[in-house]
Design a binder for this molecule. Sequence first.
Ligand code: FES
Length: 195
Amino acid sequence: MRQFSNAMPDRSGGKVLPPNITRREFLYYVWAGSMILAMGGSAAAAALFAMPRWSRTRFKHFLIPFYTLPQNGDPPMLYAPMRGEPEIWLVNREDKLYAHANICTHLACRCLRWNESAKIFACPAHGTQYAADGSARGGPAPRGLDRYEYSLVNHAQEEIANTHKGEPLNLTHYANVAEVQIYPDRLILGMPRPY
Ligand code: FES
Protein backbone atom coordinates (compact mmCIF):
# COMPACT_ATOMS: atom_id res chain seq x y z
CA MET A 1 0.00 0.00 0.00
CA ARG A 2 1.24 3.48 -0.80
CA GLN A 3 2.37 5.48 2.29
CA PHE A 4 1.51 9.19 2.55
CA SER A 5 3.60 11.58 4.59
CA ASN A 6 3.07 15.17 5.83
CA ALA A 7 6.77 15.92 5.37
CA MET A 8 7.53 18.48 2.66
CA PRO A 9 9.49 17.18 -0.27
CA ASP A 10 13.19 18.00 0.00
CA ARG A 11 14.01 20.36 -2.87
CA SER A 12 17.18 21.65 -1.28
CA GLY A 13 19.47 19.36 -3.13
CA GLY A 14 20.88 18.10 0.19
CA LYS A 15 21.28 21.55 1.89
CA VAL A 16 19.99 22.13 5.39
CA LEU A 17 16.89 24.32 5.28
CA PRO A 18 15.76 26.63 8.11
CA PRO A 19 12.87 25.20 10.11
CA ASN A 20 9.50 25.97 8.66
CA ILE A 21 7.53 28.42 10.76
CA THR A 22 4.07 29.66 10.09
CA ARG A 23 3.24 33.30 9.61
CA ARG A 24 1.48 33.24 12.98
CA GLU A 25 4.59 31.87 14.73
CA PHE A 26 6.80 34.43 13.00
CA LEU A 27 4.58 37.29 14.16
CA TYR A 28 4.56 35.82 17.65
CA TYR A 29 8.37 35.78 17.79
CA VAL A 30 8.53 39.37 16.52
CA TRP A 31 6.01 40.44 19.14
CA ALA A 32 7.81 38.55 21.95
CA GLY A 33 11.17 40.04 20.93
CA SER A 34 9.82 43.58 20.85
CA MET A 35 8.16 43.06 24.26
CA ILE A 36 11.46 41.88 25.79
CA LEU A 37 13.28 44.87 24.30
CA ALA A 38 10.62 47.28 25.52
CA MET A 39 10.62 45.83 29.05
CA GLY A 40 14.42 45.82 29.20
CA GLY A 41 14.51 49.43 28.05
CA SER A 42 11.89 50.47 30.60
CA ALA A 43 13.73 48.68 33.42
CA ALA A 44 17.03 50.35 32.46
CA ALA A 45 15.37 53.76 32.22
CA ALA A 46 13.72 53.27 35.64
CA ALA A 47 17.05 52.25 37.19
CA LEU A 48 18.83 55.27 35.72
CA PHE A 49 16.00 57.52 36.87
CA ALA A 50 16.29 56.29 40.46
CA MET A 51 20.09 56.40 40.60
CA PRO A 52 21.90 59.43 41.86
CA ARG A 53 23.67 61.51 39.23
CA TRP A 54 27.25 60.85 40.09
CA SER A 55 29.52 63.75 39.49
CA ARG A 56 32.91 63.32 37.96
CA THR A 57 35.57 65.02 39.95
CA ARG A 58 39.35 65.21 40.05
CA PHE A 59 39.35 65.97 43.77
CA LYS A 60 39.11 63.74 46.81
CA HIS A 61 37.76 66.58 48.89
CA PHE A 62 37.11 70.30 49.03
CA LEU A 63 38.19 72.27 52.08
CA ILE A 64 35.95 75.14 53.12
CA PRO A 65 37.01 77.43 55.98
CA PHE A 66 34.61 77.18 58.89
CA TYR A 67 34.22 80.95 59.23
CA THR A 68 32.87 81.26 55.67
CA LEU A 69 29.93 78.89 56.28
CA PRO A 70 26.42 80.33 56.40
CA GLN A 71 25.09 80.98 59.87
CA ASN A 72 21.82 79.58 61.18
CA GLY A 73 18.99 80.94 59.03
CA ASP A 74 21.24 82.59 56.42
CA PRO A 75 20.35 82.04 52.77
CA PRO A 76 22.08 78.92 51.41
CA MET A 77 25.49 79.47 49.86
CA LEU A 78 26.40 77.92 46.50
CA TYR A 79 29.93 76.57 46.62
CA ALA A 80 31.24 76.24 43.05
CA PRO A 81 34.90 75.20 43.21
CA MET A 82 35.72 75.41 39.52
CA ARG A 83 34.33 74.69 36.09
CA GLY A 84 33.38 71.05 35.61
CA GLU A 85 33.43 70.23 39.32
CA PRO A 86 30.31 69.50 41.39
CA GLU A 87 28.52 72.50 42.83
CA ILE A 88 27.33 72.27 46.41
CA TRP A 89 24.62 74.12 48.27
CA LEU A 90 25.71 74.74 51.86
CA VAL A 91 22.73 75.23 54.15
CA ASN A 92 22.63 75.98 57.85
CA ARG A 93 19.30 75.30 59.52
CA GLU A 94 19.10 75.23 63.31
CA ASP A 95 22.90 74.96 63.32
CA LYS A 96 22.81 71.78 61.25
CA LEU A 97 24.98 71.90 58.17
CA TYR A 98 23.72 70.39 54.92
CA ALA A 99 25.81 69.94 51.76
CA HIS A 100 23.26 69.41 49.00
CA ALA A 101 24.22 68.54 45.43
CA ASN A 102 23.17 71.22 42.98
CA ILE A 103 21.48 68.51 40.92
CA CYS A 104 17.73 68.15 40.60
CA THR A 105 16.75 64.54 41.27
CA HIS A 106 14.16 64.62 38.50
CA LEU A 107 16.25 64.84 35.33
CA ALA A 108 19.56 66.04 36.74
CA CYS A 109 19.22 69.72 35.90
CA ARG A 110 22.11 71.55 37.57
CA CYS A 111 20.31 74.82 37.90
CA LEU A 112 18.60 74.91 41.30
CA ARG A 113 17.77 78.39 42.54
CA TRP A 114 17.11 79.47 46.10
CA ASN A 115 13.96 81.51 46.61
CA GLU A 116 14.53 83.45 49.81
CA SER A 117 10.97 84.68 50.24
CA ALA A 118 9.45 81.20 49.83
CA LYS A 119 12.46 79.51 51.54
CA ILE A 120 12.66 76.79 48.91
CA PHE A 121 15.00 75.56 46.22
CA ALA A 122 13.23 75.64 42.87
CA CYS A 123 14.17 73.83 39.69
CA PRO A 124 13.20 75.93 36.67
CA ALA A 125 13.15 72.91 34.36
CA HIS A 126 9.89 71.26 35.48
CA GLY A 127 9.03 72.99 38.73
CA THR A 128 10.30 70.67 41.46
CA GLN A 129 10.66 72.38 44.82
CA TYR A 130 12.85 71.37 47.75
CA ALA A 131 12.88 72.59 51.33
CA ALA A 132 16.10 73.92 52.84
CA ASP A 133 16.80 70.50 54.36
CA GLY A 134 16.64 69.01 50.85
CA SER A 135 13.29 67.24 51.15
CA ALA A 136 11.15 67.32 48.00
CA ARG A 137 8.04 69.47 48.41
CA GLY A 138 6.38 69.45 45.00
CA GLY A 139 6.92 68.69 41.34
CA PRO A 140 8.04 65.51 39.60
CA ALA A 141 11.28 64.66 41.46
CA PRO A 142 11.09 61.19 43.05
CA ARG A 143 13.25 62.04 46.08
CA GLY A 144 14.86 64.87 47.95
CA LEU A 145 18.21 66.36 47.08
CA ASP A 146 21.23 64.11 47.25
CA ARG A 147 23.89 65.32 49.65
CA TYR A 148 27.61 64.99 49.96
CA GLU A 149 29.39 63.32 52.82
CA TYR A 150 31.54 65.75 54.77
CA SER A 151 33.83 65.93 57.79
CA LEU A 152 34.64 68.62 60.31
CA VAL A 153 38.39 68.96 60.77
CA ASN A 154 40.51 70.90 63.26
CA HIS A 155 43.62 73.01 62.64
CA ALA A 156 45.79 69.89 62.67
CA GLN A 157 43.63 68.52 59.84
CA GLU A 158 42.29 65.83 62.17
CA GLU A 159 38.77 64.65 61.63
CA ILE A 160 36.42 65.57 64.46
CA ALA A 161 33.13 64.29 63.05
CA ASN A 162 31.72 62.86 59.84
CA THR A 163 28.30 62.51 58.22
CA HIS A 164 28.80 58.86 57.31
CA LYS A 165 25.08 58.11 57.21
CA GLY A 166 24.10 61.42 55.69
CA GLU A 167 22.66 63.03 58.79
CA PRO A 168 23.71 66.69 59.01
CA LEU A 169 26.06 67.58 61.86
CA ASN A 170 25.08 70.14 64.47
CA LEU A 171 27.93 72.64 64.36
CA THR A 172 27.40 73.79 67.93
CA HIS A 173 28.31 70.34 69.23
CA TYR A 174 31.94 70.57 68.13
CA ALA A 175 34.79 72.82 69.25
CA ASN A 176 37.93 73.89 67.39
CA VAL A 177 36.50 73.27 63.95
CA ALA A 178 38.75 74.85 61.34
CA GLU A 179 37.35 73.58 58.07
CA VAL A 180 34.67 71.51 56.50
CA GLN A 181 36.01 68.79 54.24
CA ILE A 182 33.47 67.78 51.58
CA TYR A 183 33.90 64.59 49.58
CA PRO A 184 32.56 65.20 46.04
CA ASP A 185 32.78 61.51 45.12
CA ARG A 186 30.62 60.39 48.05
CA LEU A 187 27.03 61.24 47.29
CA ILE A 188 24.28 60.12 49.66
CA LEU A 189 20.90 59.44 48.09
CA GLY A 190 18.09 61.84 48.99
CA MET A 191 15.05 60.63 50.93
CA PRO A 192 12.24 59.19 48.76
CA ARG A 193 9.33 61.51 48.50
CA PRO A 194 6.29 60.60 50.64
CA TYR A 195 3.17 60.17 48.49
S1 FES B 1 14.93 68.56 36.03
FE1 FES B 1 14.27 69.58 37.81
S2 FES B 1 12.14 69.36 37.79
FE2 FES B 1 12.79 68.30 36.00
